[in-house]
Design a protein around this ligand. Sequence first.
Ligand code: ADP
Ligand code: MG
Length: 570
Amino acid sequence: TTSEPERELTDGFHLLIDALKLNDLNTVYGVPGIPITDLGRMMQEEGMRVLSFRHEQNAGNAAAIAGFLTKKPGVCLTVSAPGFLNGLTALAHATTNCWPMILISGSSEREVVDLMQGDYEEMDQLAIAKPLCKAAYRVLHAEDIGIAVARAIRAAVSGRPGGVYLDIPGALLGQAMDAVEGAKSLVKVIDPAPAQFPAPAAVERALDVIKSAKKPLIILGKGAAYAQADEVVKDFVEKCGIPYLPMSMAKGLLPDNHPQSAGAARSLVLKESDVVIMVGARLNWLLSHGKGKSWGAPHSTRFVQIDIEPREMDSNVEIAAPLVGDIESCLSALTEGMGGDWKAPPQDWLDAVREKRDANVTRMAPTLQNNASPMNYAGALGALKRIIEKRPDAILVNEGANTLDFARSIIDMYKPRKRLDVGTWGVMGVGMGSAIAAAVETGLPVLAVEGDSAFGFSGMEIETICRYKLPVCIVVFNNNGIYRGTDTNRSGGEDPAPTVFVEDSRYDMMMQAFGGEGRHVTDPDALTRAVNEAMDSGKPTLINAVIDPAAGKESGNIGNLNPTSVVSKR
Ligand code: ADP
Ligand code: MG
């Protein structure tokens, strides 16, 4: 008897890898373990970049910000149950921020999970993921891996981007099939995020509203930064001549020193403007829901809103001119519709905005030169502001309470997608994940400005930064605690107050433990020298920057969100 020629086989491991690579997803952020340890090894073997973290939430936060930076889904790979749940926090964060991400988790076999027979790390992960992300899929057969990855990519990036969960039962990875059939089962997604053009009538309506304005304002949000339509945004803003306000992660889309920037006149423009053009920004808590005391008299502001998600319209207040479509198509249509004889906004409005802005900048300037030790926020951030001015290509990661709020207003940004922060939830703990992904995805130097509390959420990832030798300089604003380091135990007991940490901690020594550079500085000049040195060398560095423990305020700029007790003893 003659034996059949041996067929070549492939399996779930390789089909998943091939499907990701075929769609140009070549980087994975994750934590190894059962059942995906070998998958990570094989990914690396097959030429993918595999970044192993110390905790899944940080890997997930890296994938989330990779999605924001690249307009492609960031991929996070985790083990089952606990690893999955850790990654899920980041997937929900990505979804909330409208960033594309795919969380791939290993899971137990359906047969055991569904009968609740107590498998190793048993959990009905698909059901749990569903309400927390944009879409969730499970793959049971190797021949479906190609289509599942295609669906995941399309769901993540089309329309309003978001997080997608892909459930991979362990046994799937080992399933074998004919290699030729396997290759045919793969899908390269064509035009994953198709352009969405606004209706001509909607463009007309928007232009009519804008033309009627006496005090118009543009608000640029992180959706506009995400869209990577930088030239189109610039053309529109400059042609219409309207002052603009960048939301936190839209800073730098146009340089913060642009003549039309109203960043330093925020209170004035929100209160006074009569027409507001929202570009990839939501009227959520970050804009006081478009009403109330930050804004003008009730119903006095008319909104034009550009968003890819139709249901965003009228979320909080009436939208006079909804423009549903992608940023690039909508702004191109508006710019074209403005024609050649577009009239600039009334001069008295432009003068009022400029005067307010210049007055605020002038008032702030001397505080940024404060060279006192211990440092306060303005003194330390003034130093960092001058560094970013000289290094506009660097990526700034920023989290904390006071460290976030002061840095956002003090440090000017000059280029798009250079400021990565806590996003829509104002979540602490995204710092190291963001810093790692920023370095990996862009190859540019990263400056992470971190409150000591915020840093603690993901601090162990400094080992990851050292391991992959990433050009990340972390500055920990160390004021001995959350908000401040001066609180005392109100009961008089021995425990420290809930908001304070070990006094005079040396976070720089943690970095040294992993072979990175550690610096301890107590004044702005020393801070400047240490940051410049780190950014010149590209070596992983952590600078412990001592801040006056009394300098911060409760919850930074959002202390008003705290409930107050009617029976408080103080
Ligand atoms: P910010 O916090 O900066 O105000 P948000 O995250 O609240 O920004 O809003 C971003 C908005 O941008 C979301 O409503 C999202 O649907 C929208 N968006 C994202 N990408 C695009 C795009 N390519 N075109 C149009 N809108 C987009
Ligand atoms: Mg602190």
